[in-house]
Design a protein around this ligand. Structure first.
Ligand SMILES: C[S@@+](CC[C@H](N)C(=O)[O-])C[C@H]1O[C@@H](n2cnc3c(N)ncnc32)[C@H](O)[C@@H]1O
Length: 233
């Protein structure tokens, strides 16, 4: 099976970390503006597919300001957010206090024991990861057998015409909005970063290769975003 390889690779982790440290102040606002408010719906769809009961431990990888992880709090799960950016964690702490357990850490070396979580989730992180197979191997390690995984990221529609419109929107609107808040470069990165992720099927294959079962890629909003679901056998 051929994997749709990404057109470019993600930058080294330390560079990604510095960039997220810089954009944190306007991060939530920019997400809402750029996605026209759809980001909330994408996260809620993602949270809904993770099978989690009260008392379970859930990992939110690349938790950022904590928006995805917080969706599990009403389900009385213990949510552990991990992020490489200290500034993002600081903001998550400021917004949500003790509702989330937060730890600084790398997707490639998760600071947790084997099988420490019932499930893991991640929102809009994958395309920033320079070594997806390593990150998926880490996720497979920390999820207990029978546990589930729900990952969401921007993929862009697969339909060529829709894709053209989508790319145009991202290439123009993202740097423009970025410039308005004095952060043109990071938001230029945002549109480039779409090319850093293999397509929906490529990511699904990588999940399988990392040992996940029943890996599935579901297109959301005409495929602008993809939700990957998988199970740890
Ligand atoms: C686009 S933000 C998404 C934040 C949040 N998940 C959300 O839904 O809004 C990507 C997050 O992934 C984090 N990140 C990027 N590379 C990482 C890595 N290698 N390990 C851990 N976190 C990483 C960034 O610091 C940033 O907070």
């Amino acid at each position: 099976v051929s994997r749709d390889a990404p057109a470019r690779s993600a930058p080294p982790e330390v560079q990604v970390e510095r960039m997220f440290d810089r954009i944190v102040r306007k991060y939530d606002l920019m997400n809402t503006l750029l996605s026209l408010g759809l980001d909330r719906w994408w996260r809620s769809r993602t949270a809904r597919v993770l099978r989690v009961s009260a008392g379970d431990r859930v990992l939110d990888l690349g938790c950022g300001t904590g928006k995805l992880g917080m969706l599990f709090v009403p389900r009385r799960a213990t949510v552990v957010g991990v992020d490489v950016s200290e500034e993002m964690l600081h903001d998550a702490r400021r917004q949500h206090g003790a509702a989330l357990e937060l730890a600084r850490g790398s997707a490639f070396r998760l600071p947790f024991a084997d099988a420490a979580f019932r499930g893991a989730t991640s929102g809009f992180v994958l395309r920033n990861l320079v070594d997806l197979p390593a990150a998926f191997a880490e996720l497979a390690r920390v999820i207990e057998p029978g546990g589930t995984l729900a990952l969401v990221d921007i993929t862009g529609p697969q339909d060529p015409l829709l894709r053209k419109g989508f790319d145009l929107y991202f290439r123009t609107v993202a740097p423009l909005l970025g410039a308005l808040v004095g952060q043109r470069d990071p938001y230029r990165y945002l549109s480039r970063s779409l090319e850093q992720l293999p397509g929906p099927e490529g990511v699904r294959e990588l999940l399988q290769e990392a040992g996940f079962a029943r890996a599935e890629a579901r297109a959301l909003s005409l495929g602008m975003v993809t939700l990957w679901i998988a199970e740890r056998p």
